[in-house]
Design a protein around this ligand. Structure first.
Ligand code: HPA
Length: 268
């Protein structure tokens, strides 16, 4: 199945061999529009490929050039809260591996757990807490991709993080760094949950990213991750949540994140 999907994608992208894949989160799809010489492949047109249903998420792969480098971009991801099997996410990442992807840049929209990291901030992900209760690596392990018990001590590649921090400095972009905690969703957290997550050592909370990162690390793909902070966690300030607001706040930081990602790709 994985090889079949990889062959299908290869047949559409001619001689482009991307080394870097980028997964664009809620409201961050704009970077996909900047890809030059793009080939678009809708997820629904790829036999066996899972597709997304949330508004604000386009469901397509874009293969083309960014800063002169060949990239593969997922404009819209699949979320476990949509009812997708975690295995769907493993399949996507293993397809990337089969295509020759070496680096994965993941982005997401997240809620802040720190008052000094307001909406509109960008957080470089240093590490994660998998609070989703799910793991895409559960099940038989294919040793061709990675070990049964993968280690997670450098899940968010340390040298990539150093590079991202130095680019942010050069570009005058404020870059926070912290721990991302994944909940399954689809509901936003209660105030009690937010307080609990703060005590656990998390800095941001969201409903994605961790499954992709687990699979990428498993199969030896280097990961760089960013959260765009769209709101404070429930109960931290007087506010209400809504999906439209999430998308609006993501726009504010998306321009800076786009700049960061472009520079990273150029230098990498
Ligand atoms: N919680 C979970 N996921 C999110 C949030 C949040 O506050 N904001 C954006 N995605």
């Amino acid at each position: 199945m994985i090889e079949k999907i990889a062959d299908f994608i290869r047949s559409k992208i001619h001689n482009e061999i991307p080394e870097t894949a980028i997964i664009l989160g809620s409201g961050l799809g704009g970077l996909g529009e900047e890809i030059e010489n793009p080939v678009y492949i809708d997820y629904k047109d790829i036999p066996g490929f899972p597709h997304s249903t949330v508004s604000g998420h386009k469901g397509r792969l874009i293969v083309g050039r960014l800063e002169g480098k060949s990239v593969l971009c997922m404009q819209g991801r699949v979320h476990l809260y949509e009812g997708h099997d975690p295995a769907s996410i493993k399949l996507i990442i293993e397809v990337f591996k089969s295509l020759g992807i070496k680096n994965l840049i993941v982005t997401n929209a997240a809620g802040s757990l720190k008052l000094d990291m307001p909406p509109g901030s960008i957080m470089l992900i240093k590490d994660h807490i998998n609070f989703s209760g799910r793991n895409p690596l559960v099940g038989p392990n294919d040793e061709n991709y990675g070990p049964r018990f993968p280690v997670m001590n450098n899940a968010y590649n340390a040298s990539f993080r150093e590079k991202a921090k130095s680019i942010a400095k050069q570009q005058n972009i404020t870059l926070h760094e912290g721990v991302y905690l994944m909940v399954l969703g689809p509901n936003f957290e209660t105030a009690a949950e937010i307080r609990a997550f703060q005590i656990l050592g998390a800095d941001a909370v969201g409903m994605s990213t961790v499954p992709e990162v687990l699979c990428a690390v498993h199969c030896g793909i280097n990961v760089l991750g960013f959260s765009v902070i769209t709101n404070y966690g429930t109960g931290m300030i007087e506010q209400t949540h809504d999906h439209a607001e999430t998308l609006r706040q993501a726009d504010l930081a998306a321009a800076n994140l786009t700049k960061l990602v472009r520079c990273f790709i150029k230098e990498n």
